[in-house]
Design a protein around this ligand. Structure first.
Ligand SMILES: [Zn+2]
Ligand SMILES: [Zn+2]
Length: 171
């Protein structure tokens, strides 16, 4: 969804909408609609956009590889400025430094799908676990230990020469 900068009043404008998955261009499986709820404020040509994104996506657990739903609920705050003209870029070499963290809009429009995508990327946890205490997969037979215990652990211990060694020294 695109918002038109000139339509934003001084008092700000509230936007609630569903962002279409195809506009996000993300390789994710969405289990719930991607909902955008935000307000845009304007000060001359500068725009401040803040709000909240909610959705639910399907991800794979890093330990057991099972797919599970991940609820996402994230706040965002971004600043936009018109795209600098070529003259402005070459005039002021410090511009690029000062512009860090500021997005640019072109043709008087801001695409809400872009800020939504960025927010989802930032919000994604580095470590995805289906549950805090996920037991993961057996490194020997691949059994999912959340579902079933295998016998590899015992066999592994029996064949562990150090265990026999410690047993002997204990006696
Ligand atoms: Zn897991
Ligand atoms: Zn096993």
């Amino acid at each position: 969804m695109l918002i038109t900068v000139k339509d934003i009043p001084i008092t700000g404008k509230h936007y609630t909408c569903q962002i279409r998955e195809k506009d996000l261009e993300m390789d994710l499986k969405f289990l719930k609609p991607v909902l955008f709820d935000g307000t845009a404020y304007k000060s001359s040509d500068d725009i401040r956009l803040c709000g909240h994104i909610t959705t639910c996506i399907e991800v794979s657990c890093h330990r057991c590889l099972e797919a599970f739903p991940l609820e996402l609920s994230a706040d965002f705050e971004v600043y936009y400025r018109p795209y600098p003209t070529q003259a402005e870029i070459s005039d002021d070499s410090e511009l690029s430094l000062g512009e860090l963290g500021v997005m640019h809009y072109e043709e008087n429009v801001i695409d809400l799908a872009v800020v939504t995508r960025d927010t989802i990327i930032v919000e994604m946890p580095m470590k995805l676990l289906c549950k805090e205490d996920c037991l993961g997969l057996c490194p020997h037979c691949g059994e999912n230990h959340n579902k079933k215990q295998c016998n590899c652990h015992e066999e592994h211990n029996i064949s562990n020469p150090f265990k026999a060694f410690f047993k002997q020294t204990a006696m």
